[in-house]
Write a protein that binds this ligand. Sequence first.
Ligand SMILES: [Zn+2]
Length: 602
Amino acid sequence: MRYEDKIVEEVQRASDIVEIVSQVLPIKRTGRHFKGLCPFHQEKTPSFIVNAEKQIFHCFGCQAGGDIFSFLMRYENLSFPEALRRLAERAHIRLPEPSRRNPSEGPSEKEKLYEINQLAQDFYHARFCHPQEGKAAREYWQKRGFDEKLAAEFKIGWAPAEWRQLYDFLSKKGFPEALLLKSGLVHRSPKGPFYDAFRGRLLFPIHNLQGKAVAFGGRLIDNSEGPKYLNSPETPVFHKRQELFGLYLAKKFIDRNLPQIFIVEGYLDFLRLYEKGFHTTVATLGTALTPDHVQILKRFADEAVVIYDGDQAGEMASLRGLEVFLEGGMNVKVVRMPKGYDPDDFLKKESAEAFKKLIQEARDFFDYELEILSSRYDSSQSLGLVKITNEVLETFTKVKNPVLLDRYLKRLAGVLGVEELSLRTEFSKLQKKSTAASRTPGALPKSQPKTDFLFQDEVLLLSLMMEDIEIRDGALRELTESDFKDSKFSGLFKMLSSLHAQNSSLSWSQLLNRLEDEGMKERLIACISLEWTPEKKSKAFKDCLSRIKNRQLEKRLEELRRLVAKAEHEKDLAGVDRLASEYRDLLARIRQDKDRALDSPK
Ligand SMILES: [Zn+2]
């Protein structure tokens, strides 16, 4: 799907990256840039900059970068057309119907997988509503105390206990088998036939941040064999580590004055809370919370309130869950449900007001952990005291906020009645151990700067060409497409050269929009975000140019050596003469270039 360049440019002109970014992140003007903490990696000192003049952003820490579209795409997990539509709406620009890049090119694989999930959602919801087929499922639904309205709103589905209902339905729509397998909704036995993944289960469609169905969670409604809950497997459109059930709804309801989000364990807990008016809720998909989850939640809320079951398994799960929040730098509180209750049971028996009270009484992680540990170990015995201290201090090593940490240490000393100083000594020992552990090679963060290839000559040269008309002029005189070994580079070079020939000038972001390769875009932006003086700029250009050209010349030199040897072998004397003379000329030229480079002022 593609919109005309013209309309993309119109939307871009009508939007301001500083305005868009500052709506979601605190950024401050410093000199020519706006600066803030990067939303794409964890950091304590700001290395995320927004350049108003060039309408781009760049992070010197993790190298994320791009224009206003890439920002929205990354920050809100949108596709390009979605980001474009969002900005167009803001600017009151009417978008025409998108044209296909190429008439023969159909929708992408991801688009087809979205379509399959959407069709499956409608198919299964129709089975749920079917008078006979869905009877048992609807009875179960009612028995759990839910009504039809909620089933319709969440498109609750029913997968009958049949082997190939969905498979037949989707095959008839013409989807190829390979794609059906990829959707995770259809499986194939090793040699045998295809069969539906969900059979005899009540289905909860799982939606991504944009509200598109991407997967399903299925629950058995009787005592038939198999796990009680079953989720779709990982697919190109469904990543368990990143999705949270209901977040696409919850994000719309979050109160800017009290940015809190409730986290429950199951679909039914979620639906009960939602039904009772607790709209800012999400559910984990039967897996532990991941650092990815926390990073996504942090975009929409400041504080997570974890509401797990009152049993011991729930307590342990919430302790583990808490640490992910602390490590991710997100504030977290815990609601302790009365023993034997899960949130669903509680809300069925008690009022929403009573539940609200539980939430208001939510404890921060410190109190919660201490309470659990104190019920397990006896702090009046020295062994118990050591156990409690060690466990709590271990958690403290995950706290990113130094002020909070200081307060916690003081409180811990008070609660346990031990010397604050000895606690601090013990703590710094632990802290050293944990930083040492995180420095082991395997634990490197994935956002390591890729400096070596980031500022590669070709990328730097192309970025300078994109930015500076005079440099573009010079480069086009000196270089040809064949001087670039990588097709990504030669492609961009070709684009710049044809723009130059048409005398058309494009803004930075317009140029970026025409690039397909996201990695290439980020590298170019990293280069552009460097602050150049005009002298430095032209020096950088000359250096890149000569290195690129020299590489080409050296390559030709090597080739000539081979050709001379071949001509000698074939006794082609005229050929040897011709090649050898080219070889000598080339060698002289390379020497000259090198001397010149050495002479030129640094
Ligand atoms: Zn970053």
